[in-house]
Design a protein around this ligand. Structure first.
Ligand SMILES: [Zn+2]
Length: 279
């Protein structure tokens, strides 16, 4: 909710037909590059058994911040993500995609084996076959199941370039969960509750996301442009630009359009649509 005009920001839903088309194109590309029989087997398995609300990019999490001398693959980090996603989804296990050479190495290590076997027993693990690129597996699973994907991979790799950018970016914004470990404690960053696009609210105020360094939703700045008399808080209309920050919502720079034609015009030209102004 905007702290200036009190209006709710919108979440633009992704079209289901578009998503299915996207799933098909991911599968098509994967089948060209992966061993066909292996990827088909994964597709069939997913179709038959998979009921997951989140997919976890196992390698990305296990290798996060491990570039120090004793660093390796952190099963504890991966386990923290698994358990956190389990709790958040009301006790439903996520699906972890991990390459078989990695799984084999973990099972050979006596201090890791127990945990990995526990994942397997809970149906958490899908092991991708020898020679595979596991990126195709977690990407396809997430698109197909319309669920969340836990990874810090920004998906700018060459394989993602094949997917075209406009729909892919929208899709990523809605599905990617990023994470950090601060002194060993996991912190997840869920997809934003509302879309980071220029949008017009019901009562006709415009909200423009402002480019900022932080991906954190509560720290994101928005420009709020209200119509004369359109703002709930009369004290704020007609004021000069101001910034306010609120927790769990957009902070906004507010401006009243009569005093700030420049911003208003910019918004209009970017969206190409304009409502009649109230007199
Ligand atoms: Zn507003």
């Amino acid at each position: 909710r905007c702290c200036c005009c009190g209006e709710q920001l919108d979440c633009v839903d992704i079209d289901d037909v578009e998503t299915e088309k996207f799933a098909l194109s991911v599968a098509g590309l994967a089948l060209e590059r992966e061993v066909k029989a292996n990827f088909r087997e994964f597709q069939d398995w997913l179709e038959k058994t998979a009921d997951y609300e989140a997919i976890v990019d196992g390698a990305n999490i296990g290798l996060y911040q491990q570039n120090f001398a004793e660093g390796g693959f952190s099963v504890l980090q991966l386990d923290a993500v698994i358990k956190e996603m389990y709790t958040r989804s009301g006790n439903k296990w996520p699906l972890v995609i991990l390459h078989n050479k990695r799984v084999r190495a973990l099972l050979e290590n006596p201090s890791h084996r127990k945990l990995v076997e526990e994942w397997m027993a809970n149906g958490v693990l899908y092991t991708t076959p020898h020679g595979s690129n596991d990126d195709w597996y977690w990407l396809y699973a997430t698109v197909k199941l319309r669920c969340l994907l836990v990874t810090n991979d920004e998906m700018r790799d060459h394989i993602f370039e094949l997917l075209g950018s406009s729909f892919f970016l929208k899709w990523k914004e809605r599905h990617q969960v990023r994470y950090t470990f601060l002194k060993g404690a996991l912190k997840l960053q869920m997809p934003p509750a509302y879309s980071i696009v220029i949008q017009e609210s019901e009562k006709g105020s415009w909200h423009v996301p402002i480019v900022c360094e932080s991906d954190e939703e509560s720290l994101r700045s928005w420009l709020c442009i209200t119509r004369p008399g359109g703002c709930e808080d009369e004290g704020k209309t007609g004021s000069t630009m101001e910034t306010c920050e609120i927790v769990n919502g957009p902070c906004c720079k507010s401006s009243e359009n009569r005093n700030n034609e420049k911003c208003d015009d910019k918004t209009t030209s970017m969206t190409g649509k304009r409502k009649e102004r109230s007199p």
